[in-house]
Design a binder for this molecule. Sequence first.
Ligand SMILES: [Zn+2]
Length: 313
Amino acid sequence: MKSVRVSALFYILLSCALVSPVYAAEKRIALTYDDAPRSDAVISGDDRAAMLIAGLEAAGVEQAGFFITTSRINSPERLQRIQSYAAAGHVLANHSHTHPWLREVTAEEYLADIDRASETMALFENTRPWFRFPYLNEAPTVEKRDAVRAGLVARDLRNAYVTVDNYDWYLESLYQRAVKAGEAVCMSALSDLYTDMLVDAANFFNDVAVETMGHSPAHTLLLHENDIAALFVLDLVAALEADGWEIITVDEAYQDPIADIEPDTRFLGQGRVAAIASLNGRSPKTFDHFAINEDQIETAFREEYGVIGDRTD
Ligand SMILES: [Zn+2]
């Protein structure tokens, strides 16, 4: 009997070894781009939108999400850009009219701003009833948090949470400043930094989820409709896939059970997985990944990755 038990154990161990790469392939993530339509930068807004649409298609991304700040739609060209995302199969949702901090306005003013955005969103095809909080600023106080949550429910709007927070916007600002200052930017190094930062952030928050919940949820990656997103969308998808991630639609991501949880905490600014983990006893101070640290991103940009240097490729 003893040898039977040993061999059974052997097969259990063997099956775990065989199964583990399958688990690694089950990391799933959707791409979402905030603040569209952003202004012209190094790349014009029109070119940027065309690059993003072409890049997403070339990368095989069936559906990304674009979160619209409707006060930015101030020209026929910008309206057309938003329509072009929907025409390419991507989904559009509400990111407010004027992009306010909830901490700086009343809950009533905040909800009125959302309503104003909803009026414009009604012009578009392929919209979803989702609201992405500007700055992920959801809970300056419990009272405001609960008032806005109730307001969203009353409007049939769901919280378009993220699970993978990161400061892609800060890396974009370093890139824009360097170009303005006439510095030589090594684009391949910038791509390496962008993709490493985002893949590492996805794995960081996935590890937190697995530790907290015992499994990997469908993730939602926070990105912005900026130049580096357009320049490196193919590189990003390739890097995620090489690391075992599958790109899923935003519709699929928001079918995850965590979409129905509104965590009872004010620690919501690092996304839903971090919020759930904090309620399970993890200290908010432990969310110290380099992708959410401006100093570390700048050091990586200036020193570790050599984005600024002699090379001009
Ligand atoms: Zn935003």
